[in-house]
Design a protein around this ligand. Sequence first.
Ligand code: DAH
Length: 348
Amino acid sequence: MREQLEKIKREALTAIQDAKDILNLEELENKLLGRKSGELTNLMKSLKDLGADMKKEMGQLANEVKTAIDGALSEKKQEIKKAEWVGALEKERADATQPTLPVKERGHLHPNTIVQNDLENLFTSMGFMVLDGPELESDYYNFEAVNIPKTHPARDMQDTFYIKNHGVNSDAPWVMRTHTSTMQVRAMQKYGAPLRMIVPGKCFRNEATDVRHEHTFYQMEGVVIDKGINFGHLKGVLEIVAKHLYGPETKVRLRPKYYPFVEPGVNGEVSCYLCKGAGCRLCKESGWLEIFGAGMIHPNVLKEGELDPKVYQGFAFGFGLIRLVMLKYGIEDARLQMSGDLRFLKQF
Ligand code: DAH
């Protein structure tokens, strides 16, 4: 019996020492001390068969063995837990004293985004919401809804990229939107009146590109609809925008121009910020810079938007953001903005 006890003790202590993890230890604990068939438990159970003296002596020894094993088990458990804890900490270690790595190149906003953000802030401060719209647009919203029927010659003003077989219940082709005016009727249908919104976004045209034209470009459309809106409101808002962009002295000039979705329609110019109207290279000696189209929303367009033109009136305007960027930064070639040329982009 003594030998058996000592053997158990010896073997148990080495096995505990060699245990790799908590699971291992639990297995060992069960094997030695398990209530049903632990090795030591079994031996202790058989003590009752011994004679009184022997029983006392062996009982004592067995208890010592059990205490030793218990002690070794809990010590090893602590050790393993601590190792796991340190390992976890080690993994998350961050050296707070390490100097920051030198920043080689910092990203920055595209000039177009800078101008767009600036105008979004101005318009939202006047209670306009900022809307997004699809770049691949139905023929309906791009043309028909804004009073440009199928055979209308105004379609020639905006030759575009048609997409065949787009798969939407009609044979009409879809287009890469030629302007952000597409959102006029979409917004009326969705929000009704009164309405105050701007739509910045990418547009596409089948252009022979040159320094003033690019096939992919950005516009910002604006719409205000309410009862009793008149041309004075239109001019007032455009003056605020012009002064915001080019300073408090800036004047706005509106001259009649045909756009199918407005009546009357105007071509909007601002006094040249460089020569203050005297005439220079920037304004081609005219003293004026052409920056937007605008007008009072055509009754047909209001009707498409399910609004009654007898009750509601509105104005709309459209800025070419690319043009605003060119003027702001003195860029002479419109094509640079979409070129992805880092030598150009790094200047902003
Ligand atoms: N959609 C026009 C274009 O792309 C710009 C424009 C002109 C928008 C007059 C308007 C407007 O809302 O009233 O050329």
